[in-house]
Structures are given as structure tokens and as C-alpha cells.
Design a binder for this molecule. Sequence first.
Ligand code: GAR
Length: 217
Amino acid sequence: MARLKVAVLISGRGSNLQALIDACADADFPAGIVLVISDVPGVQGLSRAGKAGIPAAVVDGKDFEGRDRFEDALTGTLLEAGPELVCLAGFMRVLGDGFVGRWRGRLINIHPSLLPAFKGVHVHERVVEAGVRISGCTVHFVRPAVDDGPIIVQAAVPVHADDDADALAARVLSQEHRIYPLAVRLIAEGRVRVVDEHVLIDGAAIPEGALVNPVDG
Ligand code: GAR
């Protein structure tokens, strides 16, 4: 079976990109990365793409006057590679309605909270500040509103009493690295449908039980 062609958009470190690269290195994984685009030059994610032999491009926001021109350039670069799915992986720009509409159903994002809680930036600081006991991460289809859209996969982690934002970020990030490849695989296998803005997944096992924090006793 042909592998789903995936493009990954990054702005920095690219550890989620690396998780996707590692998943795609398995010949049985039903997707492959055809292009990485960064909107920031010189970032670590670009080196990760280079090491993996994946074509990479920089579409630098600073080179364009206005969001529309930038997003036209982004789409132009994407179209050359012909991706069937575009993954935002730490892409730290808000995309406009035109771009989001053009790629609707083929554009997904990972966010380091249990959406719809804690949209936006400085998530882990705000989670710790709020004193919630469970946080996590979400892969979702992108819609015009920021950090909004049908939820594909989530993972939950406990927030520890002595966590600072960095400790929590590390715990959440390790789950991001699990669920982003999982979401891409489910999509590539044709098992993900959006019905009334809710995601249905064919043949997915849903776990019983709950993550409780603190544990009683
Ligand atoms: C990840 O934690 C990702 O969820 C977050 O940025 C980090 C990127 O790390 N994305 C957002 O906050 C988007 N709203 P990475 O570059 O190592 O993948």
C-alpha cells in the first residue's frame, strides 16, 4: 500500500518531528514524510530533517509582507511536495482562515494540554498555576479558531505537587511523542472520520479505568 505523504511544519526544536521521523523509519508505518518546512531559519528541527535525508525548506515569516503572502508561499512550497496530510509540530504561528480552509481535513496540530483547556501559549506555567492535578496533550484537526477543532487523540499525565513548568512539560512531551505518530497512523489507515465536528475512529479500542491523582491511600 502507498504510504500517506506527510509534510511537517515546525518552528524550533522539532522533537515531535523526530517522533514522526522515527515512526516513519519503520517500513510498516503507513505514512512517510515528504517535506519539512520551518518558518524560522537555523532551528534544530531542520537538522533533524537533514540527518534523516528528508527535504526541508525555510519559509521565513520575516521575508513576507503580511500573513496572506507568507501563507501563499507556504502553500506554494507545500504543493511542490504534494502532501496528503500537513502536521503542525511546534509551529508557533497562528494560521489564517484561507490557509486553514484550503487544507481543511488534511491539517492537524499537536497542543500540550487537554484541549479545550489551556489553549494558547505558556500552557504548562498556567497549568501549574491553576493547580490542576491532571494535564496532557491533544492531537486535533485544525480549524480557524486557535487550538480548536475535532480531537483525534489525547493522553493524560498527572501533575505532581512539586512540578514546575519544565518538569510538567517533559512529562507531557514524552506523551506527545507517542500520540502524534498514533494519530498519523490512524489517519493513514483511513480509520479517522469527522462527523458533526467529532472524530470517530474505526476499530479503536477505548481503555477502561481512570487516571486518578492523588492515588487514595
Ligand atoms: C510541543 O510541546 C508542542 O505541543 C508545542 O510546542 C512544543 C514543540 O516542541 N506546540 C504548541 O504549543 C502549539 N500551540 P518540539 O518542537 O520539540 O516538537
